[in-house]
Design a protein around this ligand. Structure first.
Ligand code: HEM
Length: 607
């Protein structure tokens, strides 16, 4: 049976490279049961995707995807495809993407918070989990990540079946009671029940929501007045769910690998993110998708005999395919093609259809803007805080299956980048003028008055906010007995949602607090000061990871004399330098703080 397996997928890119080197950019070959034409020429790709698209249907490979995705956008044919594309499209309009972006950003920052400095993790698994969470929250409007396990399982089993399904016995095999096929059908059935259950729940409240599922449930096709069946909605949602997270997770994983391998690009990217320069990250994403296009191969089947560009005659029933992965590395369009060089996109654009990570024509990826937004947001959140080191760069290989995944885990570790806030950033978040120090920082010995100041202020805050003050804590150096500190008492206030200022700002202002800093991009942090007391009041939302970090740090310094001593020394050394803004001094302490936090986390896990 193994000998029947004709497509050694892992070796397929090498095979394609060899045949084009030997026979040119249009190669026909045949297996006993099927004829193939491989195209590596942009003008002919345009013929397939656009000019003569109606002469093609989706290829054989799509049939295996149908096992999991049914008749969703990726796998259906006209007229169903045209009708459903009209119905699904509004879920990807610009204003929707802007709404999704807020969710993406929150999830990305949460993920960055959970990364422990210096600890090794599998980037591919982490990116899959993150993109799955984003997909569930944007598409379903709730965190259904308990289903992640089933999605991952069904996807893996389906991809395993893929090479088999391209053989004449493929479709028979998927019905036979092999252990793997049984597991596949079981995972698919579980997924179905999760999605049908969600459809039933959403049907009750769809009008009020803006997630993709609710939009679909409310949709009526403008032309046909048609309301999709529950089965059709299931297929569309499953398609968006799988197409929407698997590809993006791969792109993000390759981005981290490439950034780790190219420190000079990484450094520039971090500076660009800090300075709010979006262009460089956009070029990075474009270049990642050039070198590692997640949809690395795209196929069609001829419905009738066609002649491409008047020269390449192809009979009916032929599988015609091209590989973005090969087109994107054509030397004549992309000089030094294997080099990761985001700046190549500053030069002249390659010819039309030489760069096709999202395909083209009527079947072009519907999630392109969604994906580009998500990749950029996740990269920015990570780049701000970490640079990445690959543990075993030599062993990272591609696994070209349905998508271009890495073969095996990608072991990587995040090294904390010392944060440096630019003047522009400080000005952007400060209300009024930021106070300039332009001097050394004055540290003083611990003063037992500080906890008393805290108690007094905490009572005042609870007094005006009542139940809206979920938690009030003394944090920072003045909360650690015996530690030298700037004589400013840090108070942490947790509210339900710190972006909802109406809930607490007027009340705090009525008692003399003045809103000083508003940081929507950093945990929706708000900072208040008082004219009469040396105090920094930090406001965060409930369950914000930054709150956990501040408390963990304070408790570690209270409990561990070694870290207490280390922190005091590092503060004293840094305080000797000249700082323009106090934030610059705070940023400089980032690395020692992360090291102490890493030890605190390890100890709390071991205990
Ligand atoms: C980096 C990420 C992504 C890449 C590289 C990618 C690539 C592609 C490509 C090449 C196609 C066309 C396939 C063909 O012509 O046979 C496609 C189609 C599709 N993609 Fe994406 N995609 C990505 C992300 C997404 C996201 C985030 C979603 C949804 C949330 C999505 C949903 C779809 C759907 C539904 C189709 C079928 C469109 C149709 O035929 O009407 N994709 N994608």
């Amino acid at each position: 049976m193994r000998r029947l397996l004709p497509v050694p997928f892992a070796r397929f890119p090498v095979f394609l490279r060899d045949i084009t080197a030997q026979y040119g950019n249009v190669v026909a070959f045949a297996l006993p049961w099927r004829s193939y034409v491989f195209i590596n020429e942009p003008a002919l790709v345009k013929e397939i995707l656009v000019t003569q698209q109606h002469a093609f249907s989706k290829s054989l490979g799509t049939r295996v995807l149908r096992l999991l995705l049914g008749q969703g956008l990726l796998t259906s044919e006209d007229p169903l495809h045209r009708q459903m594309r009209r119905i699904v499209q509004p879920a990807f309009h610009r204003e929707r993407i802007a709404e999704y972006a807020a969710i993406m950003e929150r999830d990305a920052l949460d993920f960055a918070d959970t990364l422990k400095a210096g600890e090794t993790f599998d980037a591919h698994a982490a990116m899959r989990a993150l993109t799955l969470r984003i997909a569930t929250e944007t598409l379903f409007g709730s965190d259904e990540s308990y289903s992640a396990h089933f999605v991952g399982d069904a996807l893996r089993l389906m991809m395993g079946e893929f090479p088999w399904m391209l053989t004449p016995i493929g479709s028979l095999r998927s019905r036979l009671p092999f252990r793997k096929t049984r597991r596949f059908w079981k995972a698919r059935a579980t997924l179905d029940s999760i999605i049908f259950d969600l459809i039933a729940r959403r049907q009750k409240d769809a009008i009020a929501r803006t997630d993709a599922l609710s939009l679909l449930l409310n949709a009526r096709d403008a032309e046909a007045g048609h309301r999709p069946s529950d089965e059709q909605i299931r297929d569309e949602i499953m398609t968006l769910f799988i197409a929407g997270h698997e590809t993006t997770a791969n792109a993000l994983t390759w981005a981290l690998v490439l950034l780790a391998q190219n420190p000079e690009v990484d450094e520039r990217a971090a500076t660009a993110v800090r300075d709010g320069d979006r262009e460089y990250v956009t070029r990075i994403v474009k270049e990642v998708l050039r070198l590692y296009p997640p949809a690395w191969i795209i196929g069609r089947e001829t419905l009738r005999g066609v002649t491409l560009n008047g020269v390449v005659a192809i009979p009916a029933g032929t599988t015609v395919f091209f590989a973005p992965m090969m087109l994107h590395r054509r030397r004549d369009f992309f000089p030094d093609p294997d080099r990761f060089d985001p700046d190549r996109w500053l030069g002249p654009e390659p010819p039309q259809f030489a760069y096709v990570p999202f395909g083209g024509g009527a079947r072009r990826c519907i999630g392109e803007d969604f994906a580009l937004t998500e990749i950029a947001i996740v990269l920015k959140a990570l780049l701000l805080r970490f640079r990445f080191e690959l543990l075993d760069a030599a062993t990272i290989r591609t696994a070209p299956l349905v998508t271009l995944r890495p073969a095996g885990p990608v072991s990587i570790k995040g090294i904390v980048r010392s944060k440096v806030s630019t003047e522009e950033q400080i000005r952007a978040v400060t209300i009024g003028e930021p106070a300039v120090i332009d001097d050394r920082i004055k540290l003083v010995e611990y003063d037992p008055e500080w906890p008393r100041t805290f108690e007094r202020e905490a009572a005042r805050i609870r007094g005006v906010l009542g139940y809206r003050a979920l938690r009030v804590e003394h944090t920072g150096s003045t909360a650690v007995p015996g530690l030298v500190a700037k004589p400013i008492v840090d108070v942490l206030l947790e509210v339900r949602d710190s972006s909802d200022e109406a809930q607490y700002v007027p009340a705090l202002e009525s008692t003399g607090y003045v809103l000083h800093v508003r940081e929507p991009n950093w945990h929706q942090h708000r900072l208040f000061k008082r004219p009469d007391v040396e105090i920094n009041l930090h406001v965060f939302s409930r369950a914000c990871a930054e709150v956990q970090r501040m408390l963990l740090f304070r408790d570690r310094l209270r409990a561990d004399p070694g870290d207490h001593e280390l922190y005091a020394r590092s503060k004293q050394a840094l305080a000797q330098r000249r700082w323009k803004y106090v934030q610059n001094y705070a940023d400089a302490k980032g690395q020692v703080i992360e090291a102490i936090l890493a030890r605190a986390r390890t100890d709390s896990v071991q205990r």
